[in-house]
Design a protein around this ligand. Sequence first.
Ligand code: SF4
Length: 333
Amino acid sequence: MSSQALKIDGLKTYFYTENGVVPSVDGVSFHINQGETLGIVGESGSGKSVTSLSVMRLIEKPGKIVEGEIQFGDRSLLQISEAEMRKIRGRDITMIFQEPLTALNPVFTIGHQISEALINHLKMSKAEAKKRTLELLKQVRIARPESVFNSYPHELSGGMRQRAMIAMAISCDPKLLIADEPTTALDVSIQAQVLQIMKDIVRERGNSILLITHDLGVIAEMADRVVVMYAGQIVEQCDVFTLFKSPKHPYTKGLLKSTPRLDQLTETLESIEGSVPNPLSMPAGCRFHPRCPYAKPICESVSPQLQGDGSIHEIRCLMYDDRYAKEWDEVMV
Ligand code: SF4
């Protein structure tokens, strides 16, 4: 069995707003094996980005990690000092964002920014750092690395900036790469190129990736396993083939029905009715019940637990809980 790069157990990250407490991440547990890409999928407000920011310990007030454990290799990220965490960020765990301009500093050249990471984290000399930066730019398929080295972020196209950010993110050969909607801002052909670059990197270097996206197409392309989040909780967790071939949770089924597929001729796409609940007043019972086409009265009062053994296929739905499954005896799903 592969060893785990990251293990999250019972993570709760809440935001204490003037209007009340928002349980953005509410008891989330999963792991990522070494060399594995784990996708987290869900609509906005599902808690997927807050989960990744919690791993980086970048939750700002009024947010707070209130419970849980985040194990990275042999280190417990919620127990170490901020100084130790700073060393891990940018070296052992790095991030690729949707908008590279949030990660790249507009007043420094691309070359300067990537070299700085190498000098600071890996103690390279300036000349070594420049040589390595040019290699990294080539690795992310930038055709004129010398010219991009001397360019400022605003002088590059969106796709080039995204490649430069990937080069920066992999510069110190991190054990874990967190990619939050890495291709959402790019047009389709550039998206495919950037995804291919990320796939090649994992194959060559064996990094683990935590991929956050609302796009099931990106999941199909990249992920080995998938976590589906809804209203701060995991509702389904399985390998990527199972997710597309035999999804079980009504929310996952809804997401799939609302996504175009290349292997099926679909005239109209269905959307999931309703919208994500107000996080200040989550529905009682199953949080998905107001939108669920299979809901029964019991779903309004009983909160489903994640069913499964933690490694194969887990589902948070009363239909799959032996204690309540008889309520659905007449429905085949
Ligand atoms: Fe739907 Fe009920 Fe299952 Fe929730 S518990 S997903 S409401 S069937």
